[in-house]
Write a protein that binds this ligand. Structure first.
Ligand code: ABU
Length: 464
C-alpha cells in the first residue's frame, strides 16, 4: 500500500492501467471456492488489485468530484478500520461519538447554526434524503405513524442543474418522480428564484403541498451557486424547508474571500456538505447539518431495546447517535476528517481552496487563449467546463452537422486518454450543449504544468 501511495504521486505512472472486464476476469481469479487458498496467493490478489485500481490520488485524475491523497486522512481511515466499530452507541464508539459531535458543532458554526444538530451519512445522496425526511416530518409530523396515506400530495423543488439524488430520494421515499419540480436556471446554471416562486404558486393552486426547496451550492457540472438569500426570502414567505446541497461547494465556507457565494446560508434549515469532495478527505465522508436541534431523533428514532436501553447506568444516553440515523450500523467516517482538521486547521483547507482556484484560473486563461478550446461557461468555482474543437470541424458553420460531430469528440478523446492512462477527465452534455469536458481541480499536488499537459494531451488525442 505504501508503494502504491508513492506510485500515485509519480507522474511517470499511469492514472489507470485500463483493462476490459473480460481481460480482468482472466488476470484475476474472482471466483470463490470451497477450499482455502494459500497466503502468498491471497497477498498476490492484493498486489493485483492495486495494479488495476484507478489512481484517484494521481495529480492527473480530474474525473470526479473527489480525488487526491491526504496522508493524514488515510491514516485516520486505517485507524478507524483497525478499531472496527459502529457509530450507533457511545457504548461501542465513545471516542468517535465525541469526535463527531465536535466536528458537527464546528461545521454547524461555520454555516451559521449556533445550536444545530447533524449526522455523518454514507454519501451526499443520503444526506439530501435526510433533508427530505426532516422537511416532511416538520410539515406533517403524523407521517411518522401514518406514512403517506394520510397526507396530501407533496412536492419537492430543486433546480434543473441540481444533483439527481433529489429524484432518487423522491421515489425512494414514495413521492414519485412526477412530484419533483425542476426549476429553470440562468445561463450560468443558477436557479431562477422567479421561476421557483411561480412553481410554488402553481403547485398550491393544484392542492399540492410543496415541502422542500433545495438550493445547490456548487452544482455537479458547472459548479454554480444558487442565490441563497433570494431563495430564502421565498421559502420564508411560503413556509418551506430550505435545504442546501453544498456537497461539492461547501468548502468555500472556509474562505472569507469566496464565502459570499453562499450569502444567506445562515437562513437555511439544513445543508449537505461532503468533506470527501473538495476537502480531500478519503472516501467517503458526508455531513448532514440542520439548524433544528432534536428533529433528527424525533423523526428517525425507533425504540430498539437491544441498543438504546433507556435504563443504561454507565453513561448519559443522549450520547447515543443511532436514533438520529436512518441506518442501524453506521461506518466511522469521522476519524479521518477530525484528524485532517486537527492537522490543518480551518486555514489548511482555505489554503487548499485558494491553490485550486489559482490552478483553475490558470487553466481558464489557457482555454480562453488557445485555438480549438472554448469555455462552456465562465467558472465561479473549481469546475472548468470546455470543448475541444478539432481542426477538421473548426470552420464548419454552426448547425446540426457541427453539433453531431462535436458531440463525438469528447467521448473519443476520453477513450484515448483512458487507453493511454495519461489522465482522466469527465465529460457530459448539458441542456442544449453537446458533450464537453468537466475538469475538476481539487488535488493540492496538481500544478500549472499539469494544466499545460492536459491541454496538449487533449489536442493530441483530438487531432488523431
Ligand atoms: N455525487 C457527485 C456526482 C458524481 C461526479 O460527478 O463526480
Amino acid at each position: 500500500m505504501v508503494k502504491y501511495m508513492k506510485r500515485c504521486h509519480d507522474r511517470h505512472e499511469k492514472v489507470v492501467e485500463f483493462r476490459q472486464p473480460e481481460e480482468l476476469n482472466k488476470l484475476i481469479n474472482f471466483e470463490l471456492k470451497d477450499t482455502p487458498e494459500d497466503l502468498a496467493t491471497v497477498i498476490d490478489y492484493c498486489r493485483e488489485t492495486l495494479n488495476y485500481c484507478v489512481k484517484t490520488g494521481h495529480p492527473r485524475f480530474f474525473n470526479q468530484l473527489y480525488g487526491g491523497m491526504d496522508i493524514v486522512g488515510l491514516c485516520g481511515q486505517w485507524l478507524s478500520a483497525t478499531a472496527n466499530t459502529s457509530m450507533y452507541t457511545y457504548e461501542v464508539a465513545p471516542i468517535f461519538v465525541l469526535m463527531e459531535r465536535a466536528v458537527l458543532r464546528h461545521m454547524g458554526q461555520l454555516v451559521g447554526f449556533s445550536d444545530g444538530d447533524g449526522i455523518f451519512a454514507p454519501g451526499g445522496s443520503l444526506s439530501n434524503m435526510y433533508a427530505i425526511s426532516l422537511a416532511r416530518h416538520k410539515k406533517f409530523p403524523t407521517s411518522k405513524m401514518e406514512g403517506l396515506f394520510s397526507l396530501p400530495r407533496m412536492a419537492i423543488l430543486t433546480s434543473k442543474h441540481s444533483h439527481y439524488s433529489f429524484k432518487k430520494g423522491a421515489y425512494f421515499m414514495g413521492f414519485g418522480l412526477n412530484n419533483v419540480v425542476m426549476i429553470n436556471c440562468d445561463a450560468k446554471g443558477r436557479m431562477l428564484a422567479s421561476d421557483l416562486e411561480n412553481q410554488i404558486i402553481h403547485l398550491q393552486s393544484q392542492g399540492i403541498a410543496p415541502i422542500l426547496v433545495n438550493a445547490t451550492s456548487g452544482t455537479t457540472v458547472f459548479g454554480a451557486f444558487d442565490p441563497l438569500d433570494e431563495i430564502a426570502d421565498i421559502c420564508q414567505k411560503y413556509d418551506l424547508w430550505l435545504h442546501v446541497d453544498a456537497a461539492w461547494g461547501g468548502a468555500i465556507i472556509l474562505s472569507a474571500e469566496k464565502r459570499h457565494l453562499m450569502k444567506g446560508m445562515h437562513r437555511i434549515d439544513s445543508i449537505s456538505w461532503n468533506p470527501h469532495k473538495f476537502m480531500g478527505c478519503p472516501f467517503q465522508c458526508s455531513a448532514f447539518l440542520t439548524k433544528k436541534k432534536g428533529l433528527l431523533e424525533e423523526c428517525h428514532g425507533i425504540p430498539a431495546s437491544y441498543l438504546f436501553q433507556k435504563d443504561k447506568m454507565t453513561y448519559d444516553i443522549s450520547y447515543d447517535t443511532g436514533n438520529k440515523s436512518i441506518q442501524c450500523g453506521r461506518h466511522v467516517d469521522i476519524m479521518k476528517l477530525w484528524l485532517m482538521w486537527k492537522a490543518k486547521g480551518d486555514q489548511g483547507f482555505t489554503k487548499k481552496l485558494h491553490h485550486a482556484y489559482e490552478i483553475s484560473n490558470y487553466l481558464t486563461e489557457k482555454i480562453r487563449n488557445r485555438d480549438g478550446f472554448e469555455l462552456v461557461v465562465e467558472p465561479v468555482y473549481v469546475s472548468i467546463c470546455f470543448w475541444y474543437i478539432p481542426t477538421a470541424i473548426r470552420n464548419l458553420s454552426d448547425g446540426d452537422v457541427k453539433r453531431r460531430k462535436l458531440s463525438q469528440v469528447a467521448p473519443q478523446i476520453k477513450a484515448g486518454m483512458t487507453k493511454r492512462g495519461s489522465m482522466l477527465v469527465g465529460y457530459q452534455p448539458m441542456d442544449d450543449k453537446v458533450n464537453f469536458f468537466r475538469m475538476i481541480i481539487l488535488n493540492s499536488a496538481t500544478t500549472f504544468d499539469d494544466m499545460d499537459f492536459i491541454l496538449d494531451e487533449i489536442e493530441s488525442l483530438g487531432e488523431r
